[in-house]
Design a protein around this ligand. Structure first.
Ligand code: TEU
Ligand code: CA
Length: 554
């Protein structure tokens, strides 16, 4: 096992639009992040990942880029970014940028040219096809609803967009596109950026026959996810860019299971440092976005274990996360955002910081922020939610109230409401009305409050992060599951060179008994982390309190 800084790191994700607004226009910005570096430093994180800050018309909040080498007007300037990077580096915090390479904005110069004529030099920068039988070239569906093809009158052809029509897919088959992309990446690396998170990077190679999709789920995904040349393209890109700088790379990879994951992250293959898995967040949406399903802890345990074993056996690495800008708040999903908010937020955090991989904390998670509840369908900003609402209204099987309930549970806006810094109006995020509604619970849940209380979620995260730094077993220890069939408790050990960890996590709102006598022979162990004030002695047979998390060192 090779040691790497990013295997020992904890990453903090900043969604710039909602982190801190420095000039009171209601929108978070780069100077706002600069104002809050102390918060990151205090928490103890090693790297910051910024969601896209490039020039963009914001059809999908920055994931539609119109200029890869300029900063979005509302966020600031390239100089602001350089200053932020410099200040982070002074505190030994690395900067990870987001790279959106599967698609650009339709307002990018390349696309403006491309749509002009069939013989424009930029035509093949995008994916254009003739229609079929008066409709689109095939049945592929877009992630945000509807067909993945959009008809363009000017040249009487369709272009492919796996996301919104304002996000046309780039044509990676064209070597000129690849060269331009590599040049742009190197421009950022030369500025000193330490790594990248690569948006839906496993979608860049499409099956060039463009057949109709036949599998269940998003139509066509078997032909555009993990496509024929995906590893060839990634190897070429890595060799020409990241690997020359030893940059950290995080591939975002929907439709990837543990077998596919290995192909991206097995160290010897020199593709990515790690991937962003999805399967562990799909338990409550197995039957689709519009149906909330019950789930079972043993399923989550099995899945996490399979990934853990597969990766450690194959010398591969992964990111560990529950929250990001696309996911509703985890405490409202797998935890309890009422009575046991603090306990369950800490317990879920413990899982992320004690498994084998690199933990990613999403802004607000460190204070246990919860989902929001909008009163009206018109409150939603998220383009994905608006797409689904439209589809559900057209299907006409659910009432407006039912649609509102589902949208509130699912919406990505849950993660995107402004950060809670204190209990003043607009929570210290801004002095003007924010771009998205605030969660009304900010007077109870905010950073200032957490800093002044000993048993806050923030203080617990701080402790967890410092423990990871102190004991290499957190990063490098071998994973083994315990109490495999238990329905309430997720238990595992990590075996390191100097010490071992025993982790016990109660996912239920009741006390849960356990007996490890058959599985472990430990007499003494030190409790190094516990989310209850009154700490428990070490016993092989005992009971956990509701949402209790314990980490023992031995
Ligand atoms: O997300 C890709 C992706 O898979 C999401 O669409 C995800 O399936 C969905 O949001 C879950 O509800 C990335 C970005 O993280 C996302 O913000 C962008 O909208 C998307 O790519 C397009 O760039
Ligand atoms: Ca601002």
């Amino acid at each position: 096992m090779n040691k790497k800084w990013w295997k020992e790191a904890v990453v903090y994700q900043v969604y710039p639009r909602s982190f801190k607004d420095s000039n009171n226009d209601g929108i978070g910005d780069l100077r706002g992040i600069i104002e809050k570096i102390d918060h990151l430093d205090q928490l103890g994180v090693d790297a910051v990942w910024l969601n896209p800050v490039y020039k963009s018309p914001n059809d999908d909040n920055g994931y539609d880029i119109s200029d890869y080498q300029a900063i979005m007007d509302e966020f600031g300037t390239v100089e602001d970014l350089e200053e932020l990077m410099e200040l982070l580096h002074q505190r030994n915090i690395k900067l990870i940028m987001d790279l959106v390479l599967n698609h650009s904005s339709d307002e990018h110069q390349w696309f403006k040219e491309s749509r002009q004529s069939k013989d424009n030099p930029y035509r093949d920068y995008y994916i254009w096809r003739d229609g079929k039988n008066g409709g689109p070239p095939n049945n592929w569906k877009a992630f945000f609803g509807g067909s993945a093809w959009k008809y363009d009158q000017k040249t009487d052809q369709y272009y492919l967009h796996l996301f919104s029509p304002k996000q046309p897919d780039l044509n990676w088959e064209n070597p000129k596109v690849r060269e331009e992309i590599y040049e742009m990446i190197n421009w950022w690396l030369e500025k000193g950026v330490d790594g990248f998170r690569l948006d839906v990077i496993n979608l860049i190679s499409k099956d060039q026959r463009f057949p109709d999709g036949k599998k269940e789920g998003l139509a066509g995904h078997e032909y555009f996810a993990n496509g024929p040349r995906v590893h060839e393209f990634i190897k070429e890109m890595a060799a020409n860019t990241f690997n020359k700088y030893e940059a950290m790379t995080v591939g975002e990879t929907p439709f990837v299971d543990k077998e596919e994951a290995i192909k991206f992250v097995k160290e010897e293959r020199e593709e990515f440092s790690m991937v962003i898995p999805f399967e562990h967040l799909e338990f409550d949406r197995k039957e689709g976005w519009d149906k909330i399903t019950d789930w079972d802890l043993t399923e989550l345990k099995d899945l996490m274990s399979e990934w853990q074993y597969k990766l450690q056996e194959n010398n591969g690495w992964t990111s560990l996360y529950f929250c990001n800008h696309d996911q509703p708040r985890i405490v409202s999903r797998y935890g309890d955002d009422g009575k046991y908010r603090k306990e369950s937020a800490k317990m879920l955090g413990t899982m992320l910081h004690t498994l084998r991989g690199t933990p990613f904390i999403y802004q607000g998670e460190e204070i246990g922020m919860t989902n929001i509840s909008f009163d009206s369908l018109t409150d939603f900003d998220d383009i994905e939610t608006r797409g689904y609402i439209k589809e559900l209204q057209e299907k006409d099987q659910l009432t407006q109230k039912e649609i509102l309930e589902i949208a509130n549970y699912r919406t990505r806006d849950n993660a995107r409401t402004p950060m809670h810094w204190n209990d003043s109006k607009y929570a210290g995020f801004s002095e003007s009305e924010p771009w998205l509604k605030m969660n009304s619970n900010y007077p109870e849940i905010n950073v200032e409050k957490d800093l002044s209380s000993d048993d806050s979620v923030f203080k617990y995260y701080q402790k967890m992060i410092s423990l990871r730094k102190k004991y290499p077993v957190f990063a490098y220890g071998k994973y083994d599951i315990l109490l495999e069939a238990d329905q309430n408790i997720y238990a595992y050990q990590r075996q390191g060179e100097q010490n071992n960890l025993l982790v016990l996590l109660n996912f239920s709102e009741n006390d849960a008994d356990y007996d490890l006598n058959d599985q472990l022979e430990i007499k003494q162990a030190e409790l190094i982390l516990n989310n209850y004030q009154k700490e428990a002695d070490f016993e092989l047979k005992s009971s956990l309190r509701p949402y209790e998390a314990r980490v023992y060192l031995y």
